[in-house]
Design a protein around this ligand. Structure first.
Ligand code: PRP
Ligand code: URA
Length: 210
């Protein structure tokens, strides 16, 4: 498993506002989108392309086009939905599938309540979006789901992660082609399974308490 932590002052600046508990939902949503667009640049570094020939007004030249089948972007509902626009801004031809998951706040086990993905993901590059990689239960289950459907490589884009969750994923994805792109790697999990210092409950901060 490869882990890439973004190291850029613009991302850190935006993350600082995101972490601030006084930041209201409209600003939180806008910043989430902006941070994901910046992370998407790194996450798509190995997007599959093929060489094509084109005519410029001056001559014939070669360039690159994103290969078929097009990449699949999978936001994990609910909070991952807040990352979708930021991702497809850079990858507008991607297809989008959905996984709905919620973590049991007592056991920290993820429960899948919705799934809308192609049956066959063979030869498909997948990009999973989830802002918080805490215990790693939700992202681990999502990645496993995609590999079971035939995905060959999975890149996860997360805004924050805890070391405990990363270690769990590292063990579970051994031998698989998995990349994790992070806005920041935080200190630890607290006794409630929240990332510290973190930003609180990402879904609630994006969409309110439901
Ligand atoms: C949050 C978050 C992740 C998960 C992370 O979602 O968006 O999916 O928790 O925790 P884990 O790494 O310990 O599994 P939540 O279950 O709160 O659902 P929501 O997106 O609907 O708010
Ligand atoms: N889910 C969140 O939204 N935040 C955390 O810190 C952990 C899990």
């Amino acid at each position: 498993m490869r882990v890439h932590v973004a190291d850029h002052p613009l991302i850190t600046h935006k993350l600082t506002v995101l972490r601030d508990k006084t930041t209201p939902s409209p600003i939180f949503r806008a910043l989430t989108e902006e941070i994901v667009t910046l992370l998407a640049y790194e996450a798509t570094r190995n997007v599959r392309t093929n060489e094509i020939q084109i005519e410029t007004p001056v001559t014939t030249t070669t360039g690159l086009a994103i290969s078929n089948p097009k990449p699949l972007v999978v936001p994990i509902l609910r909070a991952g939905l807040g990352m979708l626009e930021g991702m497809v801004k850079l990858l507008p031809t991607a297809e989008v599938g959905f996984l709905g998951m919620v973590r049991d706040e007592e056991t920290f086990q993820p429960m899948t309540y919705a799934e809308r993905l192609p049956d066959d993901l063979s030869n498909r590059q997948c990009f999973v979006l989830d802002p918080m990689l805490a215990t790693g239960g939700s992202l681990g289950a999502a990645i496993e789901f995609l590999f079971k459907r035939g995905a060959v490589d999975v890149t996860a884009v997360c805004i924050l992660a805890a070391p405990e969750g990363l270690e769990k994923l590292e063990r579970e994805t051994e031998g698989r082609d998995v990349t994790i792109v992070l806005g920041a790697l935080d200190e630890r999990l607290n006794e409630n399974g929240y990332i510290v210092p973190g930003l609180g409950d990402a879904g609630d901060r994006l969409y309110g308490l439901v």
